[in-house]
Every structure is written in C-alpha cells, then in structure tokens.
Write a protein that binds this ligand. Structure first.
Ligand code: IPE
Ligand code: IPE
Ligand code: MG
Length: 242
C-alpha cells in the first residue's frame, strides 16, 4: 500500500478546554489559558516536523452564544496572545494570518492583528492561520457576495463561476487545502469550521482534551495519516499503477 508523506497543511479544532478545567475543579478560563500553552508547544513541534501550514480554530461564530463572562475572557485572551506572541513568531520565523469576520473586534486589536501579520509576512518556517470569529458558512457567503458584486458590475458572467474560480474568493485561497484535520476531546464533527476546504481532507479524532495535546499525540495523528490512501474518487488499483 502506498503511504503518504507528511501533511503540508494541518487544520485543528482545539476542543476540550472547558472539560479539562472542570475535571480539575477549576473555572473554564484556566482550561483556555492552558490551551494557549498547548498551541505554543505545537508550533515548535510543527516546525520540527516540517509542516508548512497550521490552521487553528480559536473562536467560532457560534461561540458568541456562551455565557458573557466566558466570551469576554476568550476575547481578552485572544487579544493578549496576539500582543504577546509577536516576538515569539518573529524569533521562530512564523508567519501569522488571521481569518474570520473581524468587524466586531475592537479597532485597536484589528490594527494590532494587521501589524503582526505585516511584521511576520516574510517568515518562512510555518504559516499559522488563526480562525477567529470564523465560520465555514460565513466564508462561503463572503466569497459569494464578492462574486455577486463582480457580476453586478458586469466584470464577469454567471457562467464564468466554476469550482476553481469560486475557491479563489475564500479566506485561505492562496494556501494549499488541509491534508489532515484533527479534532480533540472526542467530538466527531466539523462544527462549521472549514467546510469547502475540508472536502478531501483526511479526518483524525482523538479523545485527548486540547490542553493535553502534545507532540506524541501529533505523532499519533501523523502516523495515522501516513497509512491513509487518498484516492480522490479513484480506485486503489489505479493509484498503484500510477
Ligand atoms: C475549545 O474548548 C475552545 C473554544 C471553543 C474557544 P471548549 O471551551 O469548547 O471546551 P469544552 O468542549 O467545553 O470542553
Ligand atoms: C468549536 O468548538 C469551535 C472552536 C474550537 C473554536 P465548540 O466546542 O464550540 O464546538 P461544538 O459547538 O461543541 O460543536
Ligand atoms: Mg467544545
């Protein structure tokens, strides 16, 4: 059987922070803080394993529905992390990209995000995409709106819109599609993360709660990935013949 080399792009739903804290009798906020520490370790491990893109789901559109206190904590933690991490990203040659609808985000933070993106734009060891106030449906809708404007202006015809053409309007159109998707905490769902982009991604689920995610769990996922056969609709025989 053919085996895959390392994935280029890994997309992760970092789930289970709340349960991690609750099991220890701590407030959920402690779980979110520990979750940030797990991200720091992951960045080093990803670079060592020559992963080129990591897309992490940090806050989803549906998460606004959580108790106000938790939402406020998550907003502050994200802002603080962006502010604190600029130096770390530069030192480790990591490029930051933030995707999602940033309009409800406070203007100072929006500015800081753009500054850190500019500051790290030429870094080459790893591209870190943070999905914040993101939703896969939002991404598809925002692409559709841009295309509809171009049609309305007479810049293109409805029949010009193909699968490839459409994909170019999505948030991470310039990056390769995720090869591997990982979700922690035992939940087996996509929860409105990258919907279009995961069409042919290999899915991997682990019971581990996000704050406990480490390089051993990453290696388990990479091993599982290496044994998958990505057939893209073809037969195994066809792939062996190629
Ligand atoms: C993931 O952990 C972090 C965010 C959604 C921001 P959760 O907070 O969803 O943790 P559980 O699922 O409640 O354990
Ligand atoms: C998905 O996690 C969003 C993030 C990890 C940011 P949730 O824990 O909110 O997902 P559901 O609602 O349980 O599916
Ligand atoms: Mg959760």
């Amino acid at each position: 059987m053919s085996s895959n080399s390392s994935p280029n792009h890994i997309a992760i739903i970092m789930d289970g922070n709340g349960r991690w804290a609750e099991r220890r009798g701590h407030p959920r906020a402690i779980g979110h803080e520990q979750g940030v520490k797990a991200i720091e370790k992951l960045l080093t491990a990803a670079i060592e394993r020559k992963i080129s893109v990591l897309t992490l789901f940090a806050f989803g559109v549906e998460n606004w529905g959580r108790p106000q206190e938790e939402v406020t904590f998550l907003m502050t933690l994200f802002a603080q992390t962006i502010k604190d991490q600029a130096e770390h990203l530069l030192k480790h040659n990591i490029k930051l990209r933030v995707i999602g609808d940033l309009t409800p985000v406070d203007l100072d933070l929006q500015k800081r995000i753009r500054e850190v993106e500019d500051l790290t734009a030429n870094n080459t060891a790893l591209t870190l995409v943070m999905a914040f106030n993101y939703s896969g449906r939002w991404d598809i809708v925002q692409a559709t709106i841009k295309i509809a404007h171009e049609v309305a202006q007479g810049l293109l015809e409805p029949n010009d819109i193909s699968d490839k053409f459409f994909a170019a309007y999505l948030s991470i159109a310039d990056l390769p599609e995720p090869d591997l998707f990982i979700r922690t905490s035992g939940e087996q769902r996509i929860s409105n993360f990258l919907l279009w982009q995961l069409a042919y991604t290999e899915l991997y689920f682990t019971e581990v709660l996000w704050p406990d995610f480490d390089e051993m769990i990453l290696d388990d996922a990479l091993r599982a990935y290496s044994k998958r056969q990505r057939r893209y609709g073809l037969t195994s025989k066809q792939l062996q013949e190629n």
